[in-house]
Design a protein around this ligand. Structure first.
Ligand code: ADP
Ligand code: MG
Length: 318
């Protein structure tokens, strides 16, 4: 390595981005020292991006910096939490200063947008691997969880589904429209939507592995099932074209990496939720209903059930 490990940390991570007043001690000591706001619960999550698994070799480092933080902030969004601090364990094959600069730029831009401070981490040499732990706050007992869905709840998703999957499918084979490619490379964590839904949604999850898979987690945790109306799924024009051309709903139902939120809402809160969702930049669309019967049924326009939809991504499936 041209820079020593310590020079590298000082140069790229010690003073990157904003400073929060609740950080008594940030990067540079054995531990960070943090001030919890009184009367809040701490919400913690970690996610790792591995080269060759979560992103292609030679991916744009600025986009990677953004995405590695975005997927973690998305988990906080799904809990309805307010983001605060992150730590980062970074494994690099070599010290490439241009790469690091771009990576930190992408990371710092998104961190600043959400008032997030990098407070520590670890830097090692090896195959490229980015592991980020995010910390946020919620009011006691207010976190949106997977196990709160009830029969009769309405199912909603933010934004649109299938764009990231479409970009992934097209990678190296066709010209992916830039707006679609952006959805894969720079997912937008739905932080404001998640926080606004606290006290309204019965359950929430972020869609990282595909709608059926992730809504399936809500259903399993809550002991319920669901019916979805595929014609109601919010999709971009490009995804709609794909669906019509291939007569295949797998993109919005099963493709991962969209990082939208899927939530369930008790029927008596429908009007209130749809009112506050008018302020969501990403929008919020009703796509189905929670039922007592387990499993997820997908109904077409003619109310016929779709058969044989492939499920979401799973790391250890053969
Ligand atoms: P230690 O040996 O005590 O674990 P390190 O030498 O690994 O400490 O790290 C020195 C300081 O730099 C620590 O405060 C650590 O949190 C921080 N740090 C190391 N790598 C990173 C990174 N990639 N991002 C942010 N902070 C980092
Ligand atoms: Mg130490």
């Amino acid at each position: 390595m041209s820079l020593s490990e310590f020079e590298l940390i000082r140069r790229f991570f010690a003073n990157s981005g904003l400073r929060r007043t609740d950080v008594s001690l940030g990067v540079g000591d054995d531990c960070a020292v943090l001030n919890m706001p009184t009367g809040k619960e701490l919400v913690v999550s970690i996610d790792t991006l591995v080269e060759g698994v979560h992103f292609f070799k030679d991916s744009d480092p600025e986009a990677l910096g953004h995405k590695s933080l975005a997927v973690n902030l998305s988990d906080l969004a799904a809990m309805g939490a307010e983001p605060a601090w992150v730590t980062m364990a970074l494994t690099l094959p070599s010290v490439d200063e241009g790469w690091l600069e771009a990576f930190c730029r992408g990371f710092a831009q998104l961190a600043a947008a959400h008032n997030v401070q990098l407070i520590g981490g670890d830097t090692t040499r090896g195959a490229l691997n980015i592991s980020i732990q995010a910390h946020g706050f919620v009011d006691p007992g207010a976190a949106l969880r997977r196990d709160g869905a009830r029969s009769g709840d309405l199912v909603y998703v933010t934004g649109s589904l299938g764009d990231a999957g479409l970009a992934l499918q097209g990678a190296g084979r066709m010209n992916v429209p830039p707006a679609i490619q952006l959805r894969l490379d720079r997912p937008i964590p739905r932080i404001a939507a998640g926080q606004a839904l606290v006290g309204l949604a019965n359950s929430a999850i972020d869609i990282s592995d595909g709608l059926l898979s992730d809504l399936g987690h809500i259903c399993d945790a809550s002991g319920v099932g669901a019916t979805l109306y595929v014609e109601d799924l919010p999709c971009s024009e490009a995804v709609r074209d794909y669906i019509v051309l291939n007569n295949d709903w797998a993109l919005p139902l099963s493709a991962g990496d969209d990082y939208e939120l899927c939530i369930t809402v008790p029927a008596e809160k429908q009007a209130e939720v749809e009112q506050i969702a008018m302020d969501f930049e990403c929008g919020l669309t009703k796509i189905g209903r929670i039922e007592a019967q387990s499993g997820i049924r997908c109904l077409a326009a003619d109310h016929q059930e779709l058969q044989q939809i492939s499920s979401g991504y799973e790391h250890f499936s053969s």
